[in-house]
Design a protein around this ligand. Structure first.
Ligand code: NAP
Ligand code: MG
Length: 485
């Protein structure tokens, strides 16, 4: 069992209290590591390091080119270490190794993208009258508190850290309690790539004990949060006292809409991929599958058949297509929704722990059909491998059902009729909409939600904007006294 330390002010450290907590392999239910259990004292220490690094350290004098090169070196280091990182990620989170390898490639790409973008942050010359020169200049927002979930541990860390570093901010990152390991491994290289002490700090702990003091801290200028809607609402309230900038990436209940004319085989694959990738622990999971009535029965039958053959197993085996859920807590949560679903709709696949896997938090890919959109399993985020299939009669009804949700992170529409597909794209109230696909995510394109899925955007040039302030500078070109008095 490995004993990890946190990373504060360029040093590996234990928690101030000396306390630590266990980290599990969800496929064996065994403890694989121990990490420090930070509390408010550790938050103070990490925020002080980030504050000093921002206000007094050499970081503010680094050029955008230097920050870009640091990010490119981080990308390179992630590529060199990706096999080891993917294995740790897979073991700790339960995600299949092949998916973890894709995640590590995306992590490297994210650092690389922001390495390039660091030098492309531009100011403006504002078109004011001739007697002045008016500029808008962009400056880093300051100290960022960054709180992330357990479903894409190092990738979520990269989405937060890369744009912040590019912008010239300093960071205190708190990974999810369940999956802190890859972020701690990553923190070991910060000095090697040239990051001064205090620019990136990683502290491990629980939401209430570590996350909340970070959000409340008066020396933190901005909070970037990814997680559940319920915690997101608390974050906004806690951040209000110090008028922090806040960005929220919250959950979803994303509709995946299939019209009768869509390619049938591609549609079935797309429905399964949309909802079951990463064990369904995906904020943009296509967990509401809307199917046009003429193909509804055939669709449910084909989807159910294929779902039953998805290969569950140990995450480190390369043939595994679905690993265990991340924790006992998450298993219990998903299982309680399965039990509820049996009362609300018709269970046609899965719904239980597979008999062949005696240990680990495994849940079979689960499909409910004939689900009323008002059912709780159609309205509440389950964050597990549970699909709610809902029939619809026409385009207007599909749009109405799709938008009847408090969330608005993502949506997809499958049709070969481009007029229809684009009409639906425009009518959907969601931050990300796919046509004839679901889930591909590009670092170049904006990611974030409408409605209660949050606000702000990550990735692309939008991602760096969230770490920049705008300063207006007025330069008087008239040397004469104002002559007012
Ligand atoms: P969560 O319970 O909201 O936790 C997210 C993070 O917030 C964790 O680091 C957690 O620490 C911390 N936290 C919990 N309570 C807190 C508090 N009172 N103050 C400050 N921080 C607090 O969510 P989760 O169970 O880890 O992840 C699943 C959720 O994340 C789902 O709802 C999913 O949709 C959402 N998600 C959204 C996106 C997106 O891009 N929109 C991406 C991934 C996940 P602990 O780990 O100690 O609880
Ligand atoms: Mg939690």
């Amino acid at each position: 069992m490995k004993r990890y330390r946190m990373h504060v002010n360029g040093e590996p450290v234990d928690s101030c209290s000396g306390r630590a907590f266990p980290v599990y392999d969800p496929s064996t239910e065994e403890v694989i590591a121990e990490v420090p259990q930070a509390d408010a004292a550790d938050v103070d220490r990490a925020v002080a390091a980030a504050r000093t690094a921002f206000d007094c350290g050499p970081w503010r004098q680094t050029t955008a080119q230097e920050r870009g090169r640091i990010l490119l070196r981080l990308a390179e280091r992630v590529r060199q270490e990706s096999a080891n990182l993917a294995e740790i990620e897979s073991r700790n989170s339960g995600k299949p190794i092949v998916e973890a390898e894709f995640d590590m490639a995306d992590v490297a790409t994210c650092f690389e993208y922001y390495g390039g973008l660091a030098t492309k942050v531009l100011g403006h010359v504002n078109p004011v009258p001739d007697n002045a020169l008016s500029l808008s200049i962009r400056e880093p927002m300051g100290v960022a508190g960054q709180i992330i979930p357990w479903n894409y541990p190092l990738l979520m860390a990269a989405w937060k850290l890369a744009p912040a570093i590019a912008a010239g901010c300093t960071c205190v990152l708190k990974p999810a309690e369940q999956t802190p390991l890859t972020a701690l491994e990553f923190a070991n290289w910060l000095a090697d790539v040239g990051l001064p002490p205090g620019v990136v700090n990683v502290i491990t702990g629980f939401g209430e004990e570590t996350g909340a003091p970070l959000v409340r801290h008066a020396d933190v200028d901005k909070v970037a949060f990814t997680g559940s809607a319920s915690v997101g609402k608390q974050i906004v309230k806690m951040a209000a006292d110090t008028v922090k900038r806040v960005t929220l990436e919250l959950g979803g209940k994303s509709p995946n809409i299939f019209f009768a004319g869509a390619d049938f085989e591609a549609a079935i694959d797309g429905a399964l991929f949309g909802v079951f990738i990463n064990q369904g622990e995906v904020c943009s999971a296509g967990s509401r599958i809307l199917v046009e009535r003429p193909i509804y029965s055939k669709f449910v039958e084909a989807m159910t058949e294929k779902a039953k053959h998805i290969r569950l197993g140990p995450p480190l085996e390369r043939e595994t297509k679905m690993g265990p859920l991340v924790s006992q807590e998450q298993y219990d949560r998903v299982n309680s929704y399965v039990e509820l679903g049996k009362k609300e709709a018709k269970l046609v696949a899965g719904g239980k722990r597979p008999g062949s896997l005696k240990r680990g938090f495994y849940m079979e890919p689960t499909v409910f059909c004939d689900v009323p959109n008002s059912a709780r399993i159609a309205q509440e985020e389950i964050f597990g491998p549970v699909a709610a299939v809902i029939p619809f009669s026409d385009e207007a009804e599909a749009i109405r059902i799709a938008n009847e949700t408090r969330y608005g992170l993502a949506a997809a529409v499958w049709s070969r009729d481009i007029f229809r597909a684009f009409r639906v794209v425009k009518a959907l109230r969601a931050g990300v909409v796919w046509v004839n696909h679901m889930q591909p995510t590009y670092v170049e394109a904006p990611w974030g939600g409408y409605k209660q899925s949050g606000f702000g955007r990550e990735l692309g040039p939008w991602g760096i904007e969230e770490y920049l302030e705008t300063k207006q500078v007025h330069i008087n070109l008239n040397e004469q006294p104002i002559g007012w008095y």
